[in-house]
Ligand binder design. Structure first.
Ligand code: TYM
Length: 347
């Protein structure tokens, strides 16, 4: 498996590439949930043949919040199994672990010097996390978006497929790239955020005002949850007391129902008016279990395949090794160019 990939001799320029390039990552800071799946991974997997794809586990980002080292190691491998089980074939995508490619940290330092303090203070994720983890507002939490810009710009991608919450970081990445290019010429491709309308923001089942996140496990459906757990979580999903015509899409007045309809629509491909027709005259007692069943059916093969892959550590290690080689090749090329441009002596 690891030997089948032949490294390209010449990295094509963005203009001469056959396919547009995509890159994205997820932090292995917790188990993957359906927000990650519908907001990110499913969109990646659906586009495998159309784009040249680089996907990684952002383990370096996770330590901005304290991690249990053994757990982080375990999740980093499990997350790779989950990526593959979600349909990201390592033959067709470059799958790698961020800390295996040293160019990420190296470029991040350079970009730190091209990012403004004021820009970083405006990042909503920094504001959220620094109020949540008051006892550990470290510099990494503040400069997190610069590492993310390095993650992206190293690979010269055209698109960065993310959920809506990461859009601000991708926009900052564009600003940094444009600033750098305006000084040194066209060094970086300026990437576009790629936010699919379906699944862009999945909300918590118990708090439909907040994005689904592992910090609220009752309102969060994990990819590895057993069917009975998924059913229970959906049956307890917060809706409203509307009995006249309950299943209709109204994001403002019925956020809980809108969220369930979004999940159902993203998985079945049905439009909101079709879903409204399907459940006309039916109450939440019918609708919620129907959404749960759809999620259970979608996740069952992913869960089974993940369980199978996790047992094959040798295979997963091989995928990581191969991914690191392929990623480093591209990343180091960009890094060398940047080092030269900023004036680092290369001999
Ligand atoms: P992270 O790890 O928080 O989330 C990974 C991806 O899942 C999406 N997502 C959601 N989408 C819809 N609804 C939700 N409730 C939901 N929760 C999460 C996120 O938008 C994201 O696409 N900083 C990034 C990781 C990262 C990265 C990168 C991404 C590091 N470097 C470079 C792209 C490119 C993060 O914390 O995502």
């Amino acid at each position: 498996m690891t030997d089948s990939h032949t490294i390209q001799k010449e990295e094509p320029t963005p203009q001469s590439r056959d396919k547009k390039r995509m890159l994205s990552g997820i932090q292995p800071s917790g188990d993957l949930h359906i927000g990650n799946y519908l907001g990110a991974i499913k969109n990646w997997a659906d586009r495998v043949d159309e784009y040249e794809c680089y996907y990684f586990m952002a383990d370096m980002h996770t330590i901005t919040v304290r991690q249990e080292p053994a757990e982080l190691r375990k999740r980093s491998l499990n997350q790779l199994a989950q990526y593959i089980a979600c349909g990201l074939d390592p033959q067709k995508n470059v799958l790698f672990l961020q800390s295996h490619v040293s160019a990420h940290a190296q470029l991040a330092w350079v970009l730190n010097c091209y990012t403004m303090f004021g820009e970083l203070t405006r990042m909503t994720q920094f504001k959220d996390k620094s109020s949540k983890y008051k006892e550990n507002i470290n510099a990494g939490l503040f400069t997190y978006p610069v590492l993310m810009a390095a993650d992206i710009l190293l690979y010269q991608p055209d698109y960065v497929p993310v959920g809506e919450d990461q859009k601000q970081h991708v926009e900052l990445t564009r600003d940094i790239a444009q600033r750098f290019n305006s000084i040194y010429g066209d060094v970086f491709t300026v990437p576009e955020p790629f936010i699919s309308s379906a699944g862009a923001r999945i909300y918590g089942l118990t708090s439909p005002g907040d994005k689904m996140s592992k910090s609220d496990p009752n309102g969060c459906v994990f990819i590895m949850d057993e069917p009975d757990v998924i059913m229970r979580k959906f049956k307890r999903a917060v809706t409203d007391s509307d009995t006249d015509n309950p299943v209709r899409y109204d994001k403002e007045k019925k956020p809980g129902v809108a969220n369930l309809m979004n999940i159902y629509s993203t998985l079945t491909g049905k439009k909101y008016d079709e879903i409204e027709k399907e459940f006309e005259g039916k109450g939440y007692g019918i609708f919620k279990p129907a959404v749960a069943e759809t999620v259970i059916d979608a996740l069952a093969p992913i869960r089974e395949e993940t369980v199978r892959l996790i047992k094959d550590k040798e295979y997963l290690d091989g995928v990581y090794r191969d991914g690191a080689n392929r990623a480093s090749y591209i990343a180091n090329k960009t890094l060398r160019k940047v080092y030269k441009k900023v004036g680092f002596y290369q001999g």
